[in-house]
Design a protein around this ligand. Structure first.
Ligand code: FE2
Ligand code: FE2
Length: 276
């Protein structure tokens, strides 16, 4: 069993201190194996914003951290920095822009879908898949749950956010399916979305789980979508695999995050299915 905390869009520089404290408390109570942060760590890619983020991540009681950049982690107004050293402040605080983490039953691949040449749009190329999968352990894909983390989503909860999806979302979903990914994590739109690909990409031969997280700590929330993050819990029993994803929302009245009932998914022959 592996317990992962999936945070996104912390946007340090616009963080709400009470939400940051509440998040630290709930993560401490669960003692996860890994914290994943799917980009937009900062609001404007400033050094002091990355330092605040680094301090917060270090304060979380988890033995491992996997972080990828979002479009906000590249300078927007400083064109010199954007053109010549777009990831300088990110790397100084957080290290690599992509990375992997391998647990007992989980393999996590963090993809960098941003580019200084694009504004907010994200894209994955076949080269992204080739270079990430070079780091994969030499086990067959069914031996573990294979998780990808990207910033921009493949699908969004709200129709009006459809233009925020990854460029070439259909063919990118096929790539994830073909390479045996079980879960694709994302952020960017500040609205959580948890479902399999059965409705959004019905033509896939093998379905996977889409798990998008909201903004964990920023005041840049959207109407009806308070600060939130997700717990991801994997279970493996022989060839049977299950995943529970629990959306936790910040409640203004109590000043705490509270957990919704978990979504439960099970792996079948044609991929993942939601179960009651
Ligand atoms: Fe964001
Ligand atoms: Fe973003």
């Amino acid at each position: 069993m592996t317990l992962i905390v999936h945070l996104s869009d912390t946007h340090f520089g616009t963080e709400v201190p009470a939400v940051v404290d509440a998040l630290r408390n709930i993560v401490a109570a669960r003692q996860p194996d890994l914290v994943i942060v799917s980009g937009d760590i900062t609001q404007r890619a400033r050094r002091e914003e990355f330092q605040a983020a680094q301090q917060f991540f270090r304060s979380l009681p988890a033995p491992a951290l996997l972080v990828i950049p979002g479009n906000h982690d590249i300078p927007l107004f400083d064109l010199l920095a954007r053109g010549f050293f777009p990831y300088r402040n990110y790397c100084a605080a957080l290290g690599r822009q992509s990375g992997t983490w391998f647990g007992d039953d989980v393999a996590v691949f963090g993809f960098n879908s941003t580019s200084p040449l694009r504004h907010t749009k994200g894209k994955l190329s076949p080269e992204h898949f080739r270079s990430m999968l070079k780091e994969a352990p030499a086990e067959p894909p069914q031996a573990c749950i294979r998780i990808a983390c990207v910033h921009q989503p493949l699908h969004t909860a709200w129709m009006q956010d459809a233009h925020e999806r990854l460029i070439n979302a259909d063919s990118t979903a096929e790539q994830f399916s073909m390479h045996g990914f079980d879960i694709v994590l994302s952020g960017h739109v500040h609205v959580p979305y948890i479902a399999t690909t059965r409705d959004s990409f019905p033509g896939l031969t093998r379905h996977f789980i889409l798990s998008g997280a909201g903004t964990a700590t920023s005041h840049r929330t959207r109407p009806g979508a308070p600060n939130s993050f997700n717990f991801i819990e994997t279970r493996k029993d022989g060839e049977d695999m299950e995943v529970d994803i629990t959306l936790c929302r910040f409640d203004e009245a109590s000043g705490e995050f509270s957990a919704n009932p978990a979504y439960r998914f099970r792996r079948a022959r044609d991929g993942w299915k939601e179960v009651a």
